[in-house]
Design a protein around this ligand. Structure first.
Ligand SMILES: Cc1cc2nc3c(=O)[nH]c(=O)nc-3n(C[C@H](O)[C@H](O)[C@H](O)COP(=O)(O)OP(=O)(O)OC[C@H]3O[C@@H](n4cnc5c(N)ncnc54)[C@H](O)[C@@H]3O)c2cc1C
Ligand SMILES: NC(=O)c1ccc[n+]([C@@H]2O[C@H](COP(=O)([O-])OP(=O)(O)OC[C@H]3O[C@@H](n4cnc5c(N)ncnc54)[C@H](OP(=O)(O)O)[C@@H]3O)[C@@H](O)[C@H]2O)c1
Length: 281
């Protein structure tokens, strides 16, 4: 039988009507250990079915070193019908009780070692679509706090500028990288807005289009990602982590397959791979 743990909601930040950042603190015991990239299952009693709990998985946006709270960024699913749990989550207030199951998920674990036992020093490129950014907010803070020396690039795709949920945090991490020098902390963040023609996006002058287009080779023979990092992206120098709609993952894979990248799910006989992903399901 599933045993739910209890937690208290300690922070609710409504970014817009259908996007929220929520923090929870376990009622009985510390914040559980987890790995950056994992998800946790949240639950609330089903108002339409007494005694039943509605449970759903949410990627953890906070990092394992943060023992103060667990953070999530959640979309209210409204179409075609209001989502069973998210509709309730958007009514939750600070101080309310919520249920949770322990962290889980291996799909987005950070690779630390190559199949030959050598340390994995490849550049890390994270591509998050919408709330699929969450695991990479955890990655970025974890890699920062553990003083990881790898080059890290976080790319976020959103339909609207007001959905760039962690713009400040990720910009601050990039500014710290510029101030300290890439030998100490090597971090870059870029966003792409996929509906640039919409009125609310009129002041956006950054990248336009879906986020996977960062990998598309331009007329000069380089992709925007290659322009950003200043060298050719190859399967020997870069590993990709992708979270978002299946279309985003497929789009990324189309560009990378042409460069002979393979995903962990289809890894080679020697155990090597260069892409890990988790799709919205
Ligand atoms: C590993 C993992 C991590 C995740 N991380 C996040 C995250 O960080 N943030 C986030 O926002 N989400 C995340 N999700 C998605 C989340 O788990 C839920 O799927 C999502 O919040 C919707 O839950 P819900 O109960 O509100 O919707 P549900 O009630 O489960 O509905 C799901 C969909 O089905 C439709 N639907 C429901 N009933 C019917 C019906 N009778 N007929 C037709 N259509 C119907 C709804 O309109 C909706 O589109 C993650 C999922 C996974 C698997
Ligand atoms: N790990 C997980 O499984 C996980 C994690 C987070 C969220 N989710 C769930 O995913 C759902 C939607 O997420 P969201 O609201 O965060 O995303 P979103 O804001 O709707 O979309 C994010 C970006 O992805 C693009 N996109 C949408 N559909 C696409 C497709 N088929 N192919 C390529 N790109 C596409 C959008 O472009 P356009 O502007 O062109 O639409 C936008 O730029 C929610 O139901 C959420 O619960 C699951």
């Amino acid at each position: 039988m599933v045993v739910d743990n209890k937690a208290t909601v300690t922070y609710v930040q409504l970014i817009k009507e259908d996007l929220v950042i929520i923090r929870i603190v376990p009622n009985d015991g510390p914040v559980p250990d987890f790995e950056a990239g994992q998800f946790l299952t949240l639950g609330l009693p089903n108002p339409e079915n007494a005694g039943k709990i509605v449970r759903r998985a949410y990627s953890i946006a906070s990092h394992p070193e943060n023992k103060e709270y667990i953070e999530f960024v959640i979309r209210w699913v409204r179409k075609p019908l209001p989502g069973r749990l998210t509709t309730q989550l958007f009514n939750v207030k600070e101080g309310d009780e919520i249920l949770w199951l322990k962290p889980a998920g291996r799909a987005l674990g950070i690779s630390e070692e190559l199949p030959n036992g050598e340390k994995d020093t490849r550049r890390i490129v994270c591509i998050g679509g919408g709330t699929g950014l969450a695991p990479f907010v955890s990655f970025a803070q974890h890699l920062h706090d553990t003083e990881d020396k790898r080059e890290i690039v976080v790319l976020h795709g959103a339909s609207y500028v007001d959905e760039l949920s962690y713009k400040q945090l990720l910009t601050d991490l990039e500014n710290e990288s510029i101030d300290k020098g890439a030998d100490k902390w090597n971090f870059k963040y870029r966003a792409a807005i996929s509906r640039p023609q919409e009125w609310t996006n009129r002041a956006w002058h950054g990248h336009k289009g879906r986020i996977e287009q960062f990998l598309r080779t331009g007329n000069d023979g380089k992709s925007p990602l290659e322009e950003l990092v200043g060298e050719k992206i190859t399967k020997d120098n870069t590993i990709f982590y992708v979270c978002g709609w299946q279309g985003t993952i497929d789009g990324v894979m189309d560009y990378l397959k042409a460069k002979n990248f393979v995903s962990e799910k289809n890894k080679r006989e020697d155990g090597s791979y260069e892409v890990k992903f988790e799709s919205y399901g």
